[in-house]
Design a protein around this ligand. Structure first.
Ligand SMILES: NC(=O)c1ccc[n+]([C@@H]2O[C@H](COP(=O)([O-])OP(=O)(O)OC[C@H]3O[C@@H](n4cnc5c(N)ncnc54)[C@H](O)[C@@H]3O)[C@@H](O)[C@H]2O)c1
Length: 325
């Protein structure tokens, strides 16, 4: 028997707060060496990219594989989200698939959760902060949600190249999170904030990195291929660079790979993996003037940890449908 969980089921049982705890533990397992995380397998088709993402977290007993697709024209062509996927969760003792769940909402929440954890460890602490959000799509929503779990936020600014998307985001997320969200007229205006989120489908830099204020923390989550980047060379040079995984950053993240190829930085510019900051192997922010940057490529350990959390919660709450496959 396998438990089948629809998108609505996942929404019912998954909270950002719980997900941040699970994802933080997953990053700790990665650093401790108790996680198996092969690099994901990409397959390109004419209209998009499919990624096959397996992981095993031994302490959490979470063994899972996600099939996720990123098709950037899906919203306009098919009225479907850009990012869609499903997760298979296995019993690590028997190998049996015990749950099949929708992966769209799960991906958005686990991606938000990683940035929430990074914000908790790296952003300026002790006072209310403002947030600049680049992109007003699906991921941007859970990014802002997670940041508000990590820090007190009263005001945010959103900047999307599609102004109607910005307006919708400001209305919906302002009401959901109970914060004031304004629409930035330009990328520069959105930089007048203390935490910056980049969650767009843009393959080229979103702003001039020399304009970012000292003390800013950036969560860069959008681009994830060697030739695409949301962040320019200047902001990479000015930042303390923390990645979700060293391996993924040097193989998938144009944000750091392009400045490396240009000779603007060397590999030592990669300061730490997020897990090394969480476990205090390396210190995070050292002053209120430092610019910290978390580059998220999206790791299968985030999916495995979140899928296990969702499965356990669904069993506890009696949610989902058992099917004999
Ligand atoms: N790091 C991770 O773990 C992770 C996980 C899921 C998705 N992603 C990536 O995040 C990105 C966003 O995904 P989504 O599902 O939110 O997509 P989406 O299509 O819902 O939203 C993307 C938004 O970016 C806007 N945009 C594009 N170029 C822009 C620019 N130059 N300036 C301002 N806005 C711009 C678009 O108008 C759109 O509203 C994608 O690249 C996706 O692959 C990363």
């Amino acid at each position: 028997m396998a438990l089948v969980l629809t998108r609505q089921d996942v929404i019912q049982v998954l909270s950002m707060k719980d997900c941040m705890v699970a994802v933080e533990n997953a990053f700790v397992e990665l650093v401790k060496g108790t996680a198996d995380l092969p690099l994901r397998i990409p397959i390109k088709s004419p209209d998009g990219l499919s990624l096959y993402m397996p992981a095993y977290l031994r302490e959490m007993k979470a063994l899972a594989c996600k099939v996720v697709a990123v098709y950037k024209d899906n919203p306009s062509r098919f009225n479907l989200p850009t990012t869609i996927g499903k997760v298979l969760l296995q019993n690590p003792e028997t190998g049996e698939v015990i749950c099949i769940m929708d992966g769209g909402y799960l991906t958005a929440v686990r991606t938000g959760a990683a940035s929430g954890v990074a914000t908790k460890y790296l952003a300026i602490d002790g006072r209310e902060l403002t947030v600049g959000v680049f992109g007003a799509g699906v991921q941007a929503q859970t990014q802002l949600w997670a940041v508000t779990e990590a820090r007190k936020v009263k005001h945010a600014l959103v900047f999307d190249k599609d102004e109607s998307a910005s307006r919708k985001f400001a209305d919906t997320m302002g009401a959901k999170l109970g914060i004031d969200i304004g629409i930035a007229k330009s990328a520069e205006e959105a930089l007048e904030t203390e935490i910056i989120i980049t969650a767009t489908s843009s393959p080229t830099p979103l702003f001039n990195g020399s304009l970012v204020k000292p003390g800013t923390h950036i969560n860069g989550i959008g681009s994830h291929t060697p030739n695409a980047r949301e962040l320019d060379t200047e902001i990479i040079k000015r930042s303390k660079f923390i990645g979700d995984s060293r391996d993924a950053c040097f193989k998938e993240a144009g944000d750091i790979m392009i400045p490396l190829q240009e000779g603007a930085i060397t590999e030592t510019h990669f300061y730490a993996e997020l897990g090394e900051i969480i476990t205090k192997k390396l210190p995070g922010r050292l002053s209120d003037d430092e610019i910290t940057l978390f580059k998220s490529n999206g790791l299968a350990i985030q999916d495995a940890a979140t899928a296990k959390l969702v499965y356990d919660k669904a069993l506890e709450m009696g949610v989902g449908r058992e099917i004999d496959l």
